[in-house]
Design a protein around this ligand. Structure first.
Ligand SMILES: CC(C)(COP(=O)(O)OP(=O)(O)OC[C@H]1O[C@@H](n2cnc3c(N)ncnc32)[C@H](O)[C@@H]1OP(=O)(O)O)[C@@H](O)C(=O)NCCC(=O)NCCS
Length: 188
């Protein structure tokens, strides 16, 4: 994945620095013209995380009750950590752990104040782009419906084979009750 940032086609606003972000519902406006109407309008940029982002991502994960173990490894190739930012603060993140030809999608989180404006979906779509045609596996206790809408299928744990089953998330970090989901490998 290129390290260059790219912008989400998502516009959101808030009325004050401590207020939650709200999606801009107006249709047919270019971002610039909407921005003129909403002084606090911001855009979320997606980019590859660096080691400098790890603490902020870990804080978001901890606040959401998700494991932080191994997050620092996600910025090391061939792993990838993608972050969404407003230019200053990290608003969300998703990680892809490489296990042979398989990829484990993990550590998806969006700050509570920035939820429901499309950042989570955009992070997952970007992670899937980065994964290319490889098989992508995830474990979730909280959001199977969210991932189903993004093309993942629920599978039996025993149906997954390969090196991803030796990952920390698989063996210890996620409970046995977690739902296992897969996007099958596709021809590239
Ligand atoms: C799950 C999460 C990443 C979604 O991020 P987000 O930026 O709010 O999501 P988006 O704005 O892109 O998408 C919102 C849509 O997803 C749906 N959605 C959000 N969380 C969901 C969940 N847990 N289960 C099912 N659907 C969910 C919303 O209902 C909404 O659907 P709609 O557009 O049809 O109304 C975010 O809620 C979060 O960080 N949760 C806590 C951490 C977590 O559970 N991570 C997943 C661990 S595997």
């Amino acid at each position: 994945m290129s390290s260059g940032a790219s912008s989400l086609v998502v516009a959101f606003s808030r009325v004050g620095r401590s207020a939650p972000w709200r999606p801009v519902r107006r249709r047919g406006h270019r971002l610039g013209s909407v921005a003129g109407s909403f002084p606090m309008l911001a855009r979320a940029d997606l980019r590859c995380a660096t080691a400098a982002d790890v603490a902020a991502v870990a804080d978001l994960l901890a606040a959401a009750g998700l494991p932080t173990v191994g997050v620092e490894q996600l910025v090391r190739a061939p792993n990838v950590l993608v972050v969404a930012t407003d230019g200053r603060a990290v608003l969300g993140a998703v990680g892809l752990e490489a296990h042979g030809a398989q990829r484990l999608l993990r550590s998806l989180v969006v700050a509570p104040r920035a939820r429901s404006v499309g950042i989570g979906r955009s992070l997952v779509r970007r992670a899937l782009e980065v994964a290319g045609g490889r098989e992508v596996i995830l474990l979730t206790e909280t959001a199977p419906g969210f991932f189903e809408a993004l093309g993942f299928d629920t599978v039996e744990r025993a149906a997954v084979v390969g090196p991803v089953t030796t990952s920390g998330e698989w063996t210890s970090l996620c409970p046995d009750t977690a739902v296992v989901m897969r996007r099958a490998a596709t021809a590239t």
